[in-house]
Design a protein around this ligand. Structure first.
Ligand code: HPA
Ligand code: ZN
Length: 332
């Protein structure tokens, strides 16, 4: 049996904070004098079992209290790049949640300096083109999102877009109309998590009132045939995270995942890893899992990898070059 080799791809749904490995958490807690419920790696890993999105978010935010210094943010970012390179990621459009770090007492300048040190050179150091997408934490509300957009303006050139993450139920897209309109006026790309736990109506609303260009997750869109047709006809990409969906019980098992239906419906589905150490692996592990558990063919995997570059915020020249690499991978 030959071992699985992941195709070259663009990773479009990756929370940089969610790439923190248990070993980072323990080391940073020690050097920054942060007290955690446990600093035993085995005990920490034993907590990586979730009921739903919120049970994950509670642990995730608790672990993020260890991030304090520019060096911490640099190491976090570099850790992702090291692993993404192994997973054959060529392009990463990376979410970050500055409201979390500001609430934890770390100035925005420190966060941005750490990321800049890692990501501004990622082409040269890792062969990965990177850009940042700033996410608003939906459970902190619209006013806080507006303040965050104002606060990031001195770093406007360090981001390419805005997104919306954290607790979905109870914080629908329509709350964020004004801040998305301001972001659009700034020329920022617009994406949002929708249809992860919320129903298909949250996907339609995010498209209608936030004017997003891609849907993060969006798997519950498959419950509404009219919305499925719209996503296909308007070629609105979904950033699907299969291992995340199983880990957060959005689907019962991988075999129940709607990805094959998405492909049959010719939706621009793409594959990403979301928060990989928590959910069982990076983007290569996601490709391997869908091949194994959903029985996807090479042609279907190729479509997903090609879609990832179609859905990326990149130049036509970059797109053509990376798509040629995907073709070569599957021809070889
Ligand atoms: N959903 C919403 N918020 C998040 C996620 C997610 O999967 N990961 C990190 N923040
Ligand atoms: Zn996510």
């Amino acid at each position: 049996m030959t071992s699985f080799v992941a195709p070259p791809s663009a990773e479009l749904h990756i929370h940089i904070e969610g790439t923190i490995e248990p070993e980072h958490i323990v080391a940073m807690a020690a050097r920054n004098g942060v007290t955690l419920p446990t600093t035993n790696i085995a005990d920490l890993k034993a907590r990586y079992a979730f009921e739903d999105l919120q049970s994950f978010l509670d642990l995730h935010y608790s672990n993020l209290t260890v991030l304090k210094t520019e060096q911490d943010f640099f190491e976090l970012a570099t850790g992702y790049l090291d692993r993404a390179k192994v997973a054959h990621v060529r392009r990463a459009e990376i979410f970050f949640d500055p409201q979390t770090h500001i609430a934890n007492g770390t100035p925005l300048e420190v966060v941005m300096a750490g990321f800049n040190a890692a990501f501004s050179e990622s082409d040269r150091t890792h062969g990965i083109s990177t850009d940042l997408i700033m996410c608003f934490l939906r459970d902190l509300g619209a006013d806080a999102a507006g303040e965050m957009l104002t606060a990031i303006m001195p770093f406007r050139d360090a981001i390419i877009g805005v997104g919306l993450d954290s607790t979905e139920i109870g914080f629908p897209p329509e709350l964020f109309v004004d801040v998305y309109a301001r972001a659009a006026a700034e020329g920022l790309h617009l994406v949002a998590h929708a249809g992860e736990e919320g129903g298909p109506e949250t996907v339609a609303t995010a498209l209608d009132v936030l004017h997003i260009e891609r849907v993060d997750h969006g798997i519950r869109a498959m419950e509404d045939p009219a919305l499925v047709a719209r996503l296909r006809d308007e070629r609105i990409p979904l950033t699907v995270c299969p291992l995340s969906n199983v880990a957060l019980r959005t689907v019962d098992t991988m075999a129940d995942h709607p990805l094959p239906t998405m492909l049959a419906e010719r939706i621009v589905a793409t594959i990403s890893s979301d928060d990989p150490p928590y959910f069982g692996g990076y983007v290569d592990a996601n490709y391997e899992a869908i091949q194994r558990d959903l029985g996807l063919s090479d042609d279907q995997l190729k479509t997903l990898a090609l879609n990832s570059f179609d859905a990326a915020f990149i130049s036509p020249e970059q797109r053509a070059g990376w798509k040629a690499e995907v073709e070569a991978h599957f021809a070889g």
